[in-house]
Design a binder for this molecule. Structure first.
Ligand code: SF4
Ligand code: SF4
Length: 74
């Protein structure tokens, strides 16, 4: 039987994001983008792009200065 492929999911704490864009720049599969909307602090926060697959590389969590991102797998 074929092994089930792991599926990764990135979660952004949008209200804590300063919109520095580092995670967006470093995410090779372009899973993250900068939202057109502002959070309560007035920043364009990072958000996952629908339909793009996170590969679980964790680079976004390493470059984020404020530990705003979390990556899960199922
Ligand atoms: S874990 Fe890797 S692929 Fe997934 S959102 Fe972060 S940088 Fe992108
Ligand atoms: S690196 Fe962190 S603070 Fe910067 S845009 Fe991404 S989630 Fe927001």
């Amino acid at each position: 039987m074929a092994k089930k492929k792991k599926k990764y999911q990135v979660i952004v704490n949008q209200e804590a994001c300063k919109g520095c864009n580092l995670c967006v720049e470093f995410c090779k599969p372009e899973v993250l983008r900068t939202s057109e909307n502002l959070n309560k602090m007035g920043y364009n926060y990072a958000e996952p792009v629908a339909g793009k697959d996170c590969n679980g590389c964790m680079i976004c969590t390493l470059v984020c200065p404020d530990l705003v991102l979390e990556v899960y797998y199922e």
